[in-house]
Design a protein around this ligand. Structure first.
Ligand SMILES: NC(=O)c1ccc[n+]([C@@H]2O[C@H](COP(=O)([O-])OP(=O)(O)OC[C@H]3O[C@@H](n4cnc5c(N)ncnc54)[C@H](O)[C@@H]3O)[C@@H](O)[C@H]2O)c1
Length: 366
């Protein structure tokens, strides 16, 4: 079913799921003048009542069909557990709605690819909710990498740990999409290999801790630690380049990004005859914390959704990026089942947004 574009009027949205994350989407939708909150679909009666208490004039209930059948509703935002994404997004796209589905796009690459195809066939916007690609500090680091200020990128390390909310989909599905989306956004090249080790302490096949090594085209590697079992919240990423190193800390409000003029230089003495004649010098220069724009990433993500609906432009967090992340997640699961053996991935650049003039290619010569 094709419906008219909302033009410049507010885009009317129904949200599905009002658990932990749904209320953040609802709040941001209600605050934005280019969006109109038009409904909530929630299976849990208590949560639906909580929503109605805050938004008494907005219809709420457990049936999705009433919102899908409502011609006045332009878009559906899905914030339910990952195992439900495919079916809900499929139904919404088939009903002619634009869809923003929370990360991960779907539970496996086959389902994710089907959704991408359905989005194309229906001509509706399908967007994956990778909020971090809208985060101002993340984009500051991207700017530093893409401008060449850090030099050649050697490697990235990332720790995303907390005494986290236990979810049956496991820590990889819960947390890894954040790191993978950030890394793809920064490096703008595909993952070609994944090694993953996981530990399931409380329930078989539900890892609470995982260690991932991602190899990107061109040779850059990223080591990612994920855990729901940690004494305090740690969200720290370090990018090591030949000219500068950057530390990005998601939990730190000021100085979220620190750029260090530090490194090692390994230069030969005149005509070295042996390895011992090379000179190792340490460069310990200044640290600069660039000023970062204060803006809520989720609101920027919703603005991009509206922009795509109105103009037909690809959103930054496009469906192809969502599919690419699901492919990497699947490779991680498969590596984990094989005791951490590397799983190779066919490089795909579909997710790189041509409108942003990026291209696949090595970050550094190897
Ligand atoms: N972008 C981010 O930074 C971010 C952060 C947290 C969670 N998330 C994502 O948001 C999604 C939801 O996570 P959560 O932590 O809020 O989960 P949750 O379990 O707390 O909430 C999910 C809600 O969906 C409802 N629900 C389930 N199936 C439904 C259906 N068929 N129809 C209507 N309602 C249904 C449940 O009753 C529940 O209230 C997940 O995909 C998660 O990965 C994204």
């Amino acid at each position: 079913m094709r419906r008219s574009s909302p033009g410049q009027r507010p885009v009317k949205v129904a949200v599905v799921g009002f658990g932990y994350w749904g209320p953040n989407l609802v709040r941001n939708i209600a605050e934005r003048s280019d969006l109109e909150l038009a409904g909530l679909c929630e299976l849990d009666l208590g949560r639906a009542l909580e929503f109605s208490h805050r938004h008494p004039s907005v219809p709420a209930g457990p049936e999705l069909d009433r919102f899908l059948a409502d011609e006045a509703i332009d878009a559906i935002v899905i914030a339910t557990p990952p195992s439900t994404h495919y079916e809900l997004a499929r139904r919404a796209l088939s009903a002619g709605k634009h869809v923003l589905v929370e990360k991960p796009l779907a539970a496996n690459p086959i389902q994710a690819a089907e959704l991408v195809e359905l989005g194309e066939d229906t001509g509706r916007v399908l967007m994956a909710g990778h909020t971090f690609v809208y985060s101002p500090p993340v984009n500051k680091v991207r700017e530093l990498i893409r401008s060449g200020e850090l030099g050649d990128i050697y490697f990235v390390t990332s720790s995303r740990m907390n005494l986290g909310l236990y979810q049956n989909d496991g820590v990889i599905s819960d947390l890894a999409p954040h790191d993978i989306s950030i890394l793809l956004h920064w490096l703008a090249r595909p993952v070609v290999g994944v090694n993953a080790y996981g530990q399931s302490i409380f329930q078989r096949d539900v890892p609470e801790t995982a260690f991932l090594t991602l190899t990107f085209e061109g040779g850059v590697t990223a080591s990612v630690q994920l855990s729901w079992l940690a004494p305090r919240k740690l969200r720290q990423t370090v990018v090591v380049g030949s000219q500068r190193m950057v530390q990005y800390e998601d939990t730190s409000s000021d100085e979220a990004v620190r750029v260090y003029d530090r490194g090692l230089e390994f230069s030969p003495a005149e005509a070295p005859a042996t390895f011992g004649e090379y000179r190792l010098t340490y460069r310990i220069g200044d640290m600069v914390a660039p000023r970062i724009e204060a803006a809520e990433p989720l609101s920027l993500e919703l603005a991009d959704f509206v922009h795509s609906i109105r103009t037909g432009a690809q959103p930054r967090s496009n469906a192809a990026l969502g599919l690419e992340i699901v492919r990497v997640l699947e490779a991680a699961r498969s590596s984990m089942e094989r005791g951490g053996a590397q799983v190779a991935l066919q490089p795909s650049c579909e997710w790189i947004n041509p409108e942003r003039e990026e291209r696949c290619g090595p970050t550094r010569s190897m």
